[in-house]
Design a binder for this molecule. Structure first.
Ligand SMILES: Nc1ncnc2c1ncn2[C@@H]1O[C@H](COP(=O)(O)OP(=O)(O)O)[C@@H](O)[C@H]1O
Ligand SMILES: [Mg+2]
Length: 271
């Protein structure tokens, strides 16, 4: 049952992941992920890091409902996930905008699908186009925008559905460093204002420590001879204002780097 008559999620997502596993293909197929256990609190910002192939995207696609798990259970807001939903918005690295729609039409798409009255659609479009700083570009087409601006549209388009959960798979991976850094700051602000739960996959440990309340470090993968799994969950007890030059910030970053590195080295050296 879609809950759509609100701009802020009234039932923010709490996520319960128990013994989740995923095997692609048939019984002899690759076990991409195994024994994943993770509880996420409503409103939390969780980042997932780990080497290529350890199952980060697999986990995110299962959370999105694009992919079924082959074992274990997954509940979002106490309900089992059985398929995609506008309540769980997804942002990928390649934006995924509709090229034939303008910025505001892209953002209006979800609310229109949900059959909101025109006034409310317009209200949401204005609010979220403004939230990502694109008022002056509302009538442009995606091809007329930079990568950073397109990613802003993708974020606004998801936010316009008032999702209880936002799932992001390396969303800033294709952006230059400066754009990436300003989008990180914007996303943090949007997260604080909206109360939306966010699960964010990234290659960048620094990005994870900057954004997250907790960092889930994954390890394994086919090339390591074991299924992807959670190696450690690292809390980030830093305040809202974070600086990459802060010694505490760097301690956490170092700990996660060592963990990722250890997992890589450990996998290469068969004991
Ligand atoms: N659709 C698929 N079919 C078969 N194997 C897949 C598929 N998607 C991913 N895999 C495999 O599952 C493992 C985890 O992949 P993925 O979740 O993409 O890892 P990550 O995002 O951490 O790089 C890899 O070994 C990958 O080759
Ligand atoms: Mg991936």
């Amino acid at each position: 049952m879609p809950r759509i008559g609100r701009v802020r999620a009234t039932h923010p997502a709490a996520i319960t992941i128990s013994n989740l596993s995923k095997r692609y293909g048939n019984e002899s197929g690759v076990l991409a992920m195994d024994n994943v256990n993770l509880d996420i609190t409503a409103g939390e910002f969780v980042c997932v890091v780990g080497a290529s192939g350890c199952g980060k995207s697999t986990l995110l696609r299962i959370l999105a409902g694009f992919e079924d798990a082959t074992g274990g259970t997954l509940h979002v807001a106490d309900e089992p996930v059985t398929g995609p939903s506008p309540e769980r918005g997804v942002v990928f690295q390649d934006y995924g905008l509709f090229p034939w729609l303008t910025v505001q039409e892209n953002v209006a798409y979800g609310p229109k699908q949900a059959r909101l009255p025109a006034g409310q659609v317009a209200e949401r479009v204005n609010k979220f186009v403004a939230a990502v700083g694109l008022e002056r570009f509302a009538n442009r087409y995606p091809s007329e925008l930079s990568g950073g601006m397109q990613q802003r549209v993708a974020i606004a388009r998801v936010l316009a559905n008032s999702p209880a959960l936002m799932l992001m798979d390396e969303p800033f991976g294709a952006l230059d460093a400066l754009t990436r850094s300003s989008l990180q700051t914007e996303l943090k602000r949007i997260h604080q204002e909206s109360g939306t739960t966010i699960v964010f996959v990234t290659h960048s440990i620094e990005e994870a420590v900057f954004l997250a309340d907790r960092v889930v470090v994954m390890a394994g993968g086919a090339s390591h001879g074991m299924p992807g799994h959670i190696a450690e969950i690292v809390p980030v007890p830093l305040g809202k204002q974070r600086s990459v030059t802060d010694p505490e910030f760097n301690e956490i970053k170092k700990h996660i780097s060592q963990l990722v590195h250890k997992e890589l080295v450990g996998a290469a050296a068969v004991e």
